[in-house]
Write a protein that binds this ligand. Sequence first.
Ligand SMILES: Nc1ncnc2c1ncn2[C@@H]1O[C@H](COP(=O)(O)OP(=O)(O)O)[C@@H](O)[C@H]1O
Ligand code: SF4
Ligand SMILES: [Mg+2]
Length: 310
Amino acid sequence: MDKILEIKNLNVGFNIEDNFYYALNDINLSFEKGKIHAIAGESGCGKSVFINAILKLLPKNGIIKTGEILYKNKNLLELKEKEIRKIRGNSISLIPQDPFMSLNPLYTIENQLLEVPSIKNRENKINIIKGALEEVRIKNIDTVLKSYPHELSGGMKQRVIIAMALISKSDLILADEPTTALDVTVSNSILNLLIDLKNKGKTIILITHDLSIVSNYCDTTTIMYLGDIVETNSSDKLFKNPLHPYTKALLGALPSHRGKKLENIKGQISPITEIISGCKFHPRCNFANEKCILQKPKLINGIACHLYDK
Ligand SMILES: Nc1ncnc2c1ncn2[C@@H]1O[C@H](COP(=O)(O)OP(=O)(O)O)[C@@H](O)[C@H]1O
Ligand code: SF4
Ligand SMILES: [Mg+2]
């Protein structure tokens, strides 16, 4: 497997009042080049913490305790702030949930695209920009270039951000719930643009709480629960034969899931300040037994659940 990103033993948490609480526990995950990888789980599972840790964009009280984040075999955690700033937006791009976060409200789209670092010293800048906007299927390019972010719809802003990623030549794109704020048809067209990016050889990590979009668009799927990876596999296998009770519950809650009756997952996800012994899913799991309460299952062959212990 040609890996573009490899995460090893990543532990991340937050200082809250006088205590430290983990939001990611011992994450080990590899991302193959040129694929779309989904990371899914309910809100509060640690998906954004994971994405932000990769680019060292955690809030002030966030601390990466241990681990390695190997981007093309280089450990990003060893880079100085100046070096990581060069990586951000140049080699690795972030598509946030709220595109406003990446666009400066005071500048026109044209001026912002001219600021993308890799375009600064190139000739024909405006042609490169127009080419990228065409690729993200913006029709009224001249009007959009003269617009300020607040004059564009959410879908249009996301297209502009994807165009930025195209101009930047990033080969790894981290998309943190890029369609959550959009309605279904716009959301589908943005997801189709991610497929276009993949077809250009880029690697995409797509964060989502919505499994219904994953099976159509993503090559691999990783399910997180309270900062743990509970299941990871090719999307084909995971959707055909989900193993972890949490994965099964998430799939059971999907409206389209094989015509079956919709099921609710009992209970709620806990805050990171609540310490849960053993398997963190045990308070919500219909299969929990004593071992589950006492002992945390290890991730073995892509699954972390005592039901599959040998
Ligand atoms: N700055 C922070 N301080 C304290 N806790 C935080 C902070 N940011 C995130 N968290 C907590 O970390 C957990 C994971 O959050 P997050 O990664 O945002 O979840 P999601 O899967 O919805 O993206 C949540 O319990 C959240 O409340
Ligand atoms: S380890 Fe136990 S509690 Fe956790 S998911 Fe498996 S059966 Fe449920
Ligand atoms: Mg999030």
